[in-house]
Design a protein around this ligand. Sequence first.
Ligand SMILES: Cc1cc2nc3c(=O)[nH]c(=O)nc-3n(C[C@H](O)[C@H](O)[C@H](O)COP(=O)(O)OP(=O)(O)OC[C@H]3O[C@@H](n4cnc5c(N)ncnc54)[C@H](O)[C@@H]3O)c2cc1C
Length: 394
Amino acid sequence: MALKALIIGGGAGGTTQALALHRIGVEAVVYERDSDSAAYEGHLLSLGSNGLDALRALDVELDGAPIPRLPMYSGSGKRIGTLYNNAASETAPTSLLICRGTLERTLRELCAERGVRIEYGKELASCTVGDKGATAVFTDGTTAEGDVIVGADGAHSRVRRSLFPQSADASYTGVLGLGGRSLPGTVEPTPGECVTSFGYEGHFSYHVEADRGVQWLAFAPRQEPADPDDDTTEKEWKEWLLDVYGRDMPAVREIITNATGPIDIRPMERLPKPPARHRGRGVLIGDACAITGRIGAGTALAMEDAVVLAQCLRDIDSPERAFATYQELRTPRVDKVVKWGEMNAKPVKVRTPWGMHLRDLFGPLLMKWMPSLVSMDWLYGHHIDWQQTVRPKD
Ligand SMILES: Cc1cc2nc3c(=O)[nH]c(=O)nc-3n(C[C@H](O)[C@H](O)[C@H](O)COP(=O)(O)OP(=O)(O)OC[C@H]3O[C@@H](n4cnc5c(N)ncnc54)[C@H](O)[C@@H]3O)c2cc1C
């Protein structure tokens, strides 16, 4: 189908979408609100085998630390068990740990290499969709015309707002994600593993590289989200984190104490399901239509969305029917992941050492008795057969 696609948002979802559409011969232009920052590193992201599998369909391989296991500790330092965040199949790629900034930069560079244009500093204000095409209106007063528009503009998607003005926006869950790097200290390297500590107040994950440099990510409860213009200094954030994790295992405290700026701060959000994933010539992918919360699955799901949407546009001759088929194919799976994310939305607080003792006692038993907690193959083992023809759902 000879189409021109306007993709709003140049995050992991939007850039994967651009690469996937380029693959099927659709002209795509990405409009990204922010400037292209080469310095931004961000926090660690766990990118599941299922996301890497989706990228394989586009001949994209990423560099990162292979992480098939997530050992779990209680805040006291007792090992509770291990989660396997990888596909069971031996041919599936191994889940990776990669910094958000590195991931976005890699995908953007690939777009540039393959001839896909990304326009930075273009913030969508609104869009309109008709029977024959879509118009994007940017806050700088310019517009762009295309045959279709893809909303890959994240939790507070303006494409979603334009397609479904009545649908609710994303809201803060009361948990803040903070992450960054820490100087090499005395914590031992964790090859193949990202350790998670279930502390008194919040959860804390870290990976220690061979040179003992650390990538870390904290999920800490906080009533108010941090404002983007917040002037809290890194020193103050560290003090606050030490307060939240002050009673937890020494490795966590050491990593926070030795944290080197900048600290990436992101609110964890929830999104009521929008009425649909598409309307007319407009369609939504990734966080713009579903937020999966704290379980580290959203990036991979956005990549799956992008690849499946491209398959539908490749094999079905009208965009509207392609979008309807994409919705039908994606909804059951994404709903299941969102439900799983909601169940794990907030860290369970422990108030007393006695409570932590109970966690130490029952945590390992729970992991043993509930294999569904340990085996997540339904999530990570998802495979997209790029060669398979998609049949329209009527
Ligand atoms: C603290 C934290 C930790 C996480 N950890 C993990 C993890 O370990 N593994 C995992 O898989 N997922 C994780 N996630 C979820 C993951 O970040 C998202 O699911 C993923 O980024 C979704 O990709 P996306 O492209 O849909 O949206 P985004 O990554 O949000 O990208 C949206 C893009 O659109 C741009 N944009 C926004 N508005 C406009 C506009 N009006 N006009 C133009 N451009 C616009 C933004 O600048 C951005 O570049 C985490 C989330 C948080 C908050």
